[in-house]
Structures are given as C-alpha cells and as structure tokens.
Design a protein around this ligand. Structure first.
Ligand SMILES: Cc1cc2nc3c(=O)[nH]c(=O)nc-3n(C[C@H](O)[C@H](O)[C@H](O)COP(=O)(O)OP(=O)(O)OC[C@H]3O[C@@H](n4cnc5c(N)ncnc54)[C@H](O)[C@@H]3O)c2cc1C
Length: 370
C-alpha cells in the first residue's frame, strides 16, 4: 500500500543511515519528530479535527512495522510514545483546549510528548503511585517524581498520572502537564542497556502549579484511563517485536548464505536451517495472534486478553530469536555495527517495558478465571 511505501522510504532515507551514530550519541535530532508529523505519520489514527488523518489501526500497524527498518529501536520507541502512547488518551477524553494545546502540536511533531506513569517505587503496581496533585482553588499543585520516562529530557508536556484522592487505584487522576512550569526538573538522564538513542529520564515535581482545567478526564478516574491507554502501547510493542523478528531472521539468512565455514555456507548446516525454520514458524504464530488483537482493537471489541497474550508471546519469543540470530553471526554478532548486536540488546526491553511478562500473565490469568 502507498502509505507503507512512503513510511519505508522515509525510514530508509532519514533514519536507517544514522542508526549507529544516534545510538552512540544517545539522542537523535528533534527535527525527526517534525518530519514524521509533517508526513502525517504521527497522526494516522487520530481525529482529523485535531490534525490527525482518521485512518484505522492497520495504518498504525504498517507504520510500526516499517519503523523497525530504522534498525534503531530508540527512535522507534520515541516516535511511538509521541503518537500512540502519550497522546491517544488526550484525543479520547481531553477537552477541546487540551486537544488544541497538547494533542495538535504533538501530532505535528512540534511539541514533544511523554507519558509519566511509572515512579521509583511504583512500576507494575500503578495504583501505588505516590506523586500527588492537590487542588488549590483553580489550580493543582503537583509534587513527586516519575521514573524511566521516555522522551523525558526534552518533553514539552507529560501526560501525567498523579494521586488526587486516597490510596489505591480510585485516587489516581490524569493531567496534561506542561514542562515549562516552575518547580519541574529533569533530575537525571538514565544510562540504559539498549534503546540508546531514546532519552529516558527521572522527572521531579516540586510544588508545580498547573491550571485545574489541565485535569484529563474525570478526577480520580485516571487508573481506568491508564489501563485503557496501556492497550495501544502493548499492541505496538507486539507489532514491533514481530516485525523486528522477521528482520532478524531475514538478515541471518543472508549472512548464513554468505559466511562459510568448513567449506560450506553456514546455512547449509542443518542445525541452522532447522533453528531458523522453528523461529519462522513461531514468528508466523506471533504475527497471527498480534493481527487478531489488532482486529479486535480496531473493531472496538474487548481486546485485553489477546493484546496481553500477543505482548507476552512476542516479547518472550524475540529473546530467543535475537539470541539465535546473533549466535549465527559468530563474532560479527558481537560488533555494535552489526544490526543484530544492537537488536539483541534492544529486544531485552520487550519483556519489561509497558507491562512486564509477569504482569501480562497476571492479567491473562484473571481474564481466563484462574
Ligand atoms: C527503557 C524504558 C522506557 C520506559 N518508558 C516509560 C515511559 O515512557 N513511561 C512510563 O510511565 N514508564 C516507562 N517505563 C517503565 C516501565 O513501564 C516499568 O519499568 C515496568 O512497568 C516495570 O515496572 P518496574 O520497573 O517498577 O518493575 P517492578 O514492578 O518493580 O517489578 C520487578 C519485577 O517483579 C515482577 N513483578 C511485579 N509484580 C509482580 C506480580 N504481581 N507477580 C509476579 N511478578 C511481579 C516484575 O514482572 C518484574 O520482573 C520504561 C521502562 C524502561 C526500562
């Protein structure tokens, strides 16, 4: 399809050539957000009234799949946080003002968005978050900190979870939080194992005053909205994992055809052909499960079980696929410039970020009545 082709052309022209350089510098130019916005890649499934294209989720799927060709998981994650993790909830429940001030410029790639849910002592256990937002007149005063926040060092706003009520999930609200507010600071840029070109930060809030109208949705209903929002995040993780695995195996096949040992191409050894065939089979299963979840998501049918299964299955599978593909490369698989070396390192995030594999199992357990 034409959309997929235009994403691929942009990715291969503007992103892929810089994959190693951006990982080494720990960042990528802000201009990339703007380019993606101008091309309509950030607003694919968003409301046309606020700068989106109003397309269905299969376009998001195509965008996410083609992004993997950048060979740089950090830039992919940053763009997906911008378009599919920090902003959909604003489109779904925001006021017209919130959509104009936060969503629209984010979809144009002019304002960088982050999603601020996790905290130093509350990751999986979202309902345990401690950051508070106390109402004072027509303002909220925010205090606390957020941890592991993607796009965190340069975000212009954060879609922020904070405690407005009592303990537990019933006391959490969401906000659109502009980062130019007094008392806000980036306390640290975190050094990570992978996804190196993406900035991940600890954010600090000290008596930050924001207008009460920046409350996103109803007060104390944030937990429910966060859980809804997680579905898109987990689905893009599964889609990206499947597309990433396909690239890994395709690269390994190319390498195995060319690299010789003991007088024959590596791929002629049955052990490698069988291993790759096993992976191709499992990847196909992961893809079918993921597409089934996309289909349910797109048709607004309850997709939570299937999305959790897709993230769990694809996130776990990519660990094995990356390991074996890297092994096939021998020493070249340990060299930073070889895409599989970086992909192996980056793939580790997929059982951790956006809800761990254990949390996916907990969700599925509940949904199947265990
Ligand atoms: C690179 C990166 C980017 C991220 N980006 C963002 C972002 O943009 N915004 C954001 O809000 N967050 C972000 N996160 C945070 C991420 O979502 C959390 O790290 C993740 O949800 C896990 O939380 P935790 O690290 O606190 O682990 P914990 O919750 O402390 O879990 C530690 C271990 O215990 C296990 N565990 C926890 N509960 C259970 C249970 N009930 N049963 C069995 N095992 C359990 C976990 O599975 C895990 O193995 C990011 C993280 C990383 C690493």
């Amino acid at each position: 399809m034409a959309f997929r082709r235009s994403v691929r052309q942009w990715v291969e022209r503007e992103l892929t050539p810089h994959a190693v350089e951006w990982d080494r510098s720990g960042s990528f130019p802000r201009e990339i957000f703007r380019q993606a916005g101008e091309l309509g890649f950030l607003g694919t499934n968003h409301d046309p009234a606020y700068g989106g294209s109003g397309l269905d989720y299969w376009y998001v799927t195509a965008f996410t799949e083609e992004l993997t060709r950048s060979r740089n998981a950090g830039v992919n994650m940053a763009l997906l946080v911008q378009s599919q993790m920090a902003t959909p909830i604003i489109g779904a429940i925001g006021t017209d003002e919130q959509k104009r001030s936060f969503l629209e410029p984010a979809l144009r790639g002019e304002r960088i968005a982050a999603l601020g849910i996790s905290e130093p002592s509350a990751g999986s256990d979202v309902a345990a978050m401690k950051t508070t937002a106390r109402r004072q007149g027509d303002e909220f005063v925010v205090n606390g900190s957020k941890m592991w926040i993607t796009n965190g060092t340069r975000a212009d706003f954060v879609t922020l979870g904070a405690r407005t009520g009592g303990e537990g999930h019933g006391g959490v609200s969401l906000f659109t939080f502009p980062t130019d507010v007094k008392g806000f600071s980036v306390s640290k840029k975190l050094d990570k194992v992978g996804n190196l070109s993406s900035d991940t930060a600890i954010l600090y809030f000290e008596d930050c005053r924001i207008p009460a109208r920046y409350l996103l949705g109803e007060e104390n209903e944030g937990f429910y909205h966060i859980m809804t929002n997680f579905q898109g995040e987990r689905l893009t993780a599964a889609i990206g994992a499947v597309a990433g695995m396909e690239l890994m195996v395709a690269d390994a096949i190319d390498f195995g055809r060319q690299r010789e040992a003991f007088g024959r191409p590596i791929l002629k050894f049955q052990v490698w052909r069988h291993k790759l065939v096993e992976h191709l089979t499992a990847i196909e299963a992961a893809r079918r499960l993921t597409y089934h979840a996309v289909d349910l998501f797109e048709r607004r049918e309850d997709p939570v079980k299937e999305i959790s299964m897709a993230k769990l299955f694809a996130g776990d599978l990519i660990q094995k696929v990356a390991y074996d593909c890297q092994q096939l490369y021998g020493g070249m698989g340990y060299i930073d410039e070889t895409p599989i070396a970086r992909a192996w390192r980056d793939a580790r995030l997929l059982t951790i970020g956006g809800g761990t594999s254990e949390i996916m199992k907990e969700i599925i357990s509940k949904l199947v009545g265990l």
